[in-house]
Design a protein around this ligand. Structure first.
Ligand SMILES: Cc1cc2nc3c(=O)[nH]c(=O)nc-3n(C[C@H](O)[C@H](O)[C@H](O)COP(=O)(O)O)c2cc1C
Length: 359
């Protein structure tokens, strides 16, 4: 088997044309009612040469929203919007998984039905401000979920998984990273519960396990991926022992026959790592996707050393729709424009030039 970034690779029963993955990226360009729209079709079509596209995080219910103009995957309008995107990607020969999201405490009453208070495992307010339709507003103290409310959220994931099937996706990625609800349960900085969902790592993983059991009733397990970020401090996250706790989580995940494990290694936008990711990777018998700060050289080294099977690129792919071709030909990359990452129109979204248009 070739260890080249540009060789095909099998994930479950899917054959990807290369080992380059589009990392999930929120771009806040859905319609205000959280429905994917025409501009989003073009964005994903442009990036369909990735071996696998993982979409921007998409809410499983109106209560799961945490930012304006982010897409959902719970109602029929959203299915219709997403179907045009999955069709466009498939027409180009690509594969696409949708990332399922429930923001929990990283939200704001103004974004939620009846202005309700965001929920979380524990009533611990994250630092900083929420990104709302009226600009930045301080995060509020979330309401700790009652034990018997958790089942309802699990069923929202199951419903979203069903909707994702109807929208023509090839699979789903359960977003258990970056300080959103599932991660808030996993890490002990944000989970101070004393019921069966808190305390030991076995208990803190219960919510993720219940979500995976629920969506496994809808999709074959080899079409379900999971994303983790053991040490990412983004969204006021921390854990007392990420190496040991995620060692446990990953061993448990390993027995499920998942499509892949996707890990944001280290801290977002930083190259230093405290956790030994090779040790974690070795606990997972299945496809491993590494992410965070990879360029071509690091990616090829990771593949050659067996540290990873696939590499997800975020910002480089955001700014280079033809990233696969550019990496293959060692071409220069476009410079990302941070001012247009979150929200706006086609500027900084679908107008990054392709290689043939840059000369
Ligand atoms: C604009 C932007 C939006 C992002 N949105 C998401 C998201 O919706 N879900 C997620 O899991 N990670 C998200 N991330 C993190 C990326 O998937 C990725 O982990 C990060 O950019 C590091 O990879 P890179 O160095 O290749 O860019 C986002 C990152 C950026 C820059």
């Amino acid at each position: 088997m070739s260890l080249d970034l540009f060789s095909s690779f099998t994930v479950g029963d899917l054959t990807l044309t290369n080992r380059i993955v589009l990392a999930p990226m929120t771009r806040n360009r859905a319609a205000p009612d959280n429905v994917p729209q025409a501009i989003n079709i073009e964005y994903y079509r442009q990036r369909a040469s990735a071996g696998l596209i993982i979409t921007e995080a998409s809410q499983v219910s109106p209560e799961g929203v945490g930012y304006p103009a982010t897409p959902g995957i719970y109602n029929n309008e959203q299915i219709a919007g997403w179907h045009k995107i999955t069709d466009a990607v498939h027409d180009e020969g690509g594969h696409i998984f949708i990332q399922l999201w429930y923001c929990g405490r990283i939200s704001h009453p103004s974004l939620l039905p009846q202005q309700q208070t965001p929920v979380a495992p524990s009533a611990i307010r994250p630092e900083g401000d929420a990104f709302t339709a009226d600009g930045m507003q301080a995060y509020v103290e979330p309401r700790a979920l009652k034990t018997d409310e958790i089942k309802n959220i699990v069923s929202q994931y199951q419903h979203a998984a069903t909707q994702a099937k109807a929208a023509g996706f090839d699979g789903i990625e359960v977003h258990a990273a970056n300080g959103y609800l599932i991660d808030q349960f996993l890490r002990d900085g944000s989970n101070h519960r004393t019921d069966q969902y808190g305390g030991s790592i076995e208990n803190r993983m219960r919510f993720l396990n219940e979500v995976l059991d629920a969506v496994s009733g809808v999709w074959p397990t080899n079409r379900i991926g999971v994303r983790l970020s053991p040490e990412n401090a983004f969204n006021t996250m921390s854990d007392s022992d990420p190496q040991q706790h995620f060692d446990y989580v990953i061993k448990q995940l390993s027995s499920r026959g998942l499509a892949y494990l996707h890990v944001l290694e280290g801290n977002m936008m930083a190259t230093q790592r405290e956790v030994d990711y090779r040790a974690l990777r070795d606990k997972f018998e299945g496809v491993y996707i590494a992410n965070n700060g990879y360029d071509k050289a690091r990616a090829e080294t990771a593949l050659a050393q067996g540290d990873s099977d696939l590499i997800a690129f975020g910002v480089p792919f955001l700014a280079n729709p033809d990233l696969v071709n550019r990496l293959k030909t060692d071409a220069l990359l476009n410079t990302p424009d941070q001012n247009t990452f979150y929200g706006g129109d086609e500027k900084g979204y679908t107008d990054y030039p392709f290689l043939q248009n840059t000369n």
